[in-house]
Write a protein that binds this ligand. Structure first.
Ligand SMILES: [Zn+2]
Length: 221
């Protein structure tokens, strides 16, 4: 069994190859940081975690403990196994990108989750990667009964973490969301990703019950 920790810089991103059955712990080290998260099949990156297909599969708008995220081909790709955070996560909001910041009044370059995803996957040889709607861990954007989305500050405390299980061989990508305009993040902070590989593929039905590098830029989706 091997364990690897990757520290994701504030406002930055990382792509991590994760084998079937591995446990993935994503921690917000300082608290107050949204983490945009994606998973692509490492055998064919045109298959990836799909928020819209997952919403159909689970019948909910937001990620929930014990449930599986599925791909755009409706195959399970990640299981949400544990959560020490207040349990607020998003599965509705697109990743932040350059246009989003321009529309928010930013002039000049601004780090973004889309750019983080595209750059880290390009570095792994995938120069034309799709940018699916992310799983926005720790993001506090509830929907009111009238359908209005609220943009609230994340409630994550220092060290809060979620545990995901890879249900296929994947590229797991995270971005420490650099959104500093809408107020969904506090001070941009580091993210820890720990991957624990059990070696031989484990029996997924027996899954556990528990359930800084820094880019120079200003610091959500
Ligand atoms: Zn973002």
């Amino acid at each position: 069994m091997g364990s690897t920790e990757i520290i994701v810089p504030a406002r930055g991103g990382r792509a991590i190859r994760v084998p079937l059955g591995a446990r993935i712990e994503v921690a917000d080290l300082a608290g107050g940081q949204v983490v945009d998260t994606w998973a692509f099949s490492s055998g064919d990156v045109s298959e990836f975690h799909s928020a819209e297909h997952t919403r159909v599969g689970v019948g909910k708008l937001f990620p929930a403990l014990g449930e599986d995220f599925v791909t755009n081909r409706r195959r399970p790709i990640l299981r949400f196994e544990a959560d020490s955070s207040p349990g607020l996560h998003d599965m509705l909001i697109a990743a932040c990108d350059r246009t989003r910041y321009e529309q928010l009044g930013v002039t000049g370059w601004h780090a973004s989750c889309q750019e983080n995803l595209v750059s880290v996957m390009a570095a792994e040889g995938f120069s034309d990667i799709r940018v699916p709607q992310p799983i926005n861990l720790f993001m506090n954007t509830p929907v009111l009964p009238d359908g209005v989305v609220q943009w609230l500050a994340t409630q994550t405390r220092a060290g809060d973490r979620v545990v995901l299980r890879a249900l296929m061989d994947i590229w797991f990508v995270v971005s420490a969301c650099p959104q500093d305009i809408t107020g969904i993040n506090n001070t941009p902070g580091l993210i820890s990703v720990i991957v624990i590989d059990h070696g031989a593929p484990m029996q997924l039905q027996e899954s556990e019950a528990q359930g800084e590098c820094v880019n120079d830029a200003k610091s959500a989706p």
